[in-house]
Design a protein around this ligand. Sequence first.
Ligand code: ADE
Length: 225
Amino acid sequence: MHIDIISVQPRLLDSPFAHSIMKRAQDKGLLSVETHDLKEFGIGKHRQVDDYQFGGGAGMVMKCEPLAACIDSLKAKRTYDEVIFVTPDGKTYDQGLANQLSLGENLLIICGHYKGIDERIREHYITMEISIGDYVLSGGELAAAVIVDSIGRIIPGVINNETSALTDSFQDDLLSPPVYTRPSDFNGWKVPEVLLSGHTAKIEEWRHEQALERTRARRPDLLEE
Ligand code: ADE
């Protein structure tokens, strides 16, 4: 999968994909992520990318021309499954959407800044608008990083033990059960006996019960769906 990201602060995206699982995904050739500096498409000597909003009011708006030129230049190279704008008024992101997006070939993500982007770009270029939650970030870069990370880790082959990604919280609309590692007794706090029993069927049953119990207690809304 290839993901292009358009940003006015592309350096903010240097680190999230340079380590750990995202690095491994790229090293294995399963994922490539390229950031594009919108200022390179800015207007005039000052590479202007934003302007005052019509009708007055505080906050600058990202201009049409640089965004259109940047998106057009990328669309000339690739066909995108989705052109995504990350914005607090988008559809709330969840595991189902991550799964769906991970099936694509190419994605383009546009990060907003300031007051937002000119509505005409949203109308004519954007195919999907995503919010990562009901709070406002200072720009879309961290939202884009969240989306790329959640997609990248479920691309087949990225995580060695593939069942690991499939048993994540949310993958079957349940939260994950509690997990333990050695020592089996820490400060007198003991690991549940069943996990030490070696009885696979009983362990699976216990995990499922725990997952259900945890979901009921913490996220009953998931069970109602
Ligand atoms: N940009 C600013 N806040 C955001 C959010 N919550 N989700 C996606 N993009 C954003």
